[in-house]
Design a binder for this molecule. Structure first.
Ligand code: ZN
Length: 161
């Protein structure tokens, strides 16, 4: 996991958070949660990040407004895989509006365009570190773009470009 720009870590970002970020990426990349084909999925959506080559397919099972089950397959870099793994863990059992709100929080966190609700994000807050590496931001956000398209039932492939 190398930073593309080699910029210094944001001053003030707790070093423990940086360690946590790296540990989580490594752990989730090594054994991704919910990485499987979801049989009987209500919705299926493909996502592609041409910048890195990450590809994923997201599967969703809905129970009314609630995400009853979610899974993904694909080939991505460590950040993409870890992000998809942690995202599926985070939104399983949530309602569609809750998951869409989480999408917004996650985007503010990694794009740093607005204050992010880190409390709502929980463990995902560790992804704030990816904002230091602009080239990798799309790796982290691809699963979330794909999720939003799935929740909106857009039915066309998502591309980060
Ligand atoms: Zn990637």
């Amino acid at each position: 996991m190398q930073g593309a720009r080699g910029r210094a870590w944001r001053p003030g970002l707790d070093e423990a958070m940086r360690d946590l970020y790296q540990d989580m990426i490594l752990s989730h990349n090594k054994s991704p949660r919910n990485k499987r084909v979801l049989e009987g999925a209500d919705r299926m959506q493909e996502g592609f990040n041409p910048l890195c080559g990450d590809r994923l397919t997201l599967f969703l099972k809905l129970d009314g407004e609630r995400i009853a089950d979610i899974a993904f397959t694909g080939h991505g870099c460590a950040i993409d895989t870890a992000s998809a793994s942690m995202m599926t863990e985070a939104v399983k059992g949530k309602t569609v509006p809750e998951a869409l709100a989480m999408y917004e929080h996650f985007h503010h966190l990694v794009l740093r365009d607005a204050p992010a609700d880190t409390k709502a994000l929980g463990k995902l807050a560790a992804f704030s570190g990816v904002g230091e590496f602009p080239a990798r931001v799309k790796c982290a956000t691809l699963p979330w773009h794909t999720l939003r398209a799935t929740l909106r039932d857009e039915k066309r492939p998502v591309s980060t470009e």
